[in-house]
Write a protein that binds this ligand. Structure first.
Ligand SMILES: Cc1cc2nc3c(=O)[nH]c(=O)nc-3n(C[C@H](O)[C@H](O)[C@H](O)COP(=O)(O)OP(=O)(O)OC[C@H]3O[C@@H](n4cnc5c(N)ncnc54)[C@H](O)[C@@H]3O)c2cc1C
Ligand code: SF4
Length: 338
């Protein structure tokens, strides 16, 4: 592990002040950062402990939505009565991830900012543009089972590993941020980046910016939703492909609005407004869902070891839309700890 200076902040302002002018990382639950420090993948000169910041609340917003504090744990968020009742898609996505112990420690801000699980990113002997800009990408031409099929570049083909973020993309959440230049909000669709020619940056946070909360809009798609996660093992595995769907149906059973986001396929949760528009005003059907899947996957390319993901994603999208339309979401009840 690299030597670093440790500082503990009491409030968001102090955290941002401490963050200025150094290669730093905020420490929240530590479930991702501490591993990366131990592996010498992350080498900050300063670690700012934010665990005592008063940002663990979950409160109503003025526009009928819900504000999730950045330091609320993933477990407290998933099991919060308002989240369970009004945003079950989010509860379900969080519970599909990690383990009870990890969800008890992991925070919402940390989940958004967790780093890729690309094997080569963790292997400091391998070339990796995300870890060492300009060094190359060992995944291209290497083992690509978990890598991207959409939106990748010749610099990086990594995927974003979060389940929670896929639901937040479908719910059209907003990320609230505080930094040296004040506070701002970032639409979830714009928060994470595609790799382009600089994969070292996963998101749009500027230096020293701290995520303080995530705002959910009033519409939670509480009746017709699903989070479908396909992975190598039933539990304790990252998604090969996942699909978050929220639908609003009218009394005749036609789709008024629909949101579909994909996980495990790109450097960010993947949404395609053109595909979602196909759902509007339509009666649910297999033909419609296939059309939506094809539109979402337009431009998908495999890199050999992950070619299977294109067909897997197509089938998963259709199945997820069918589950959401029927009101029979993928169950995560096996995740409840008695
Ligand atoms: C074995 C294992 C299995 C897992 N399985 C899954 C899974 O299936 N699905 C899934 O989604 N996740 C999974 N995870 C990842 C887990 O969800 C993340 O490690 C966790 O959400 C990170 O939260 P944290 O609070 O511990 O963040 P930390 O480890 O403390 O921080 C992670 C990163 O976020 C930054 N950060 C933290 N808070 C803020 C903030 N408020 N503002 C700005 N930057 C911030 C840190 O500086 C750091 O770079 C798994 C993790 C492990 C170890
Ligand atoms: S895919 Fe991205 S993270 Fe993985 S080795 Fe290539 S540059 Fe690094």
């Amino acid at each position: 592990m690299n030597r670093f200076e440790y500082a503990r902040a009491a409030d968001a302002g102090e955290a941002v002040r401490l963050a200025s002018g150094s290669a730093m990382r905020f420490l929240a639950g530590g479930t991702n950062l501490v591993d990366l420090l131990k592996e010498n993948v992350e080498r900050p000169t300063k670690v700012i402990d934010i665990r005592r910041l008063p940002l663990a609340g979950i409160t109503a917003t003025d526009d009928g939505g819900l504000r999730l504090g950045a330091l609320a744990t993933n477990a407290d968020t998933a099991w919060h009565p308002e989240v369970e009742a009004r945003y079950p898609l989010l509860s379900s996505a969080i519970l599909a991830g990690a383990s009870p112990q990890l969800r008890n420690a992991a925070t919402n801000g940390g989940n958004l900012n967790q780093r890729t699980r690309c094997y080569y990113f963790y292997d400091t002997a391998a070339a990796c543009n995300k870890r060492e800009p300009g060094s190359g990408c060992s995944a291209i031409g290497g083992v690509t089972r978990i890598h991207a099929i959409l939106g990748s570049s010749e610099a990086c083909i990594a995927t974003h590993p979060s389940d929670m973020c896929v639901a937040l993309a479908a719910l059209e959440a907003t990320v609230r941020v505080q930094g040296p230049s004040g506070e701002r909000s970032i639409a979830f669709a714009d928060y994470h980046r595609l790799p382009g020619d600089d994969p070292s940056r996963d998101n749009q946070l500027a230096d020293g910016e701290l995520v303080t909360a995530i705002d959910l809009p009033a519409e939670g798609y509480a009746t017709h939703y699903t989070y479908l996660k396909l992975r190598d093992r039933l539990s304790y595995a990252f998604a090969l492909v996942s699909v978050a769907v929220g639908l609003r149906l009218d009394e005749a059973g036609r789709i008024v609005t629909g949101r579909v986001a994909l996980g495990g396929v790109a450097h960010k949760p993947w949404r395609e407004p053109r595909a979602e528009a196909l759902l509007e005003g339509q009666a649910p059907s297999q033909a419609l869902f296939l059309q939506v899947a094809d539109s979402l996957l337009l431009g998908a390319v495999g890199r050999g070891g992950n070619d299977f993901k294109i067909e897997l994603a197509r089938k998963a999208i259709v199945r997820a839309l069918r589950q959401a339309a029927a009101g029979t979401p993928q169950s995560q009840t096996d995740k409840r700890v008695a």
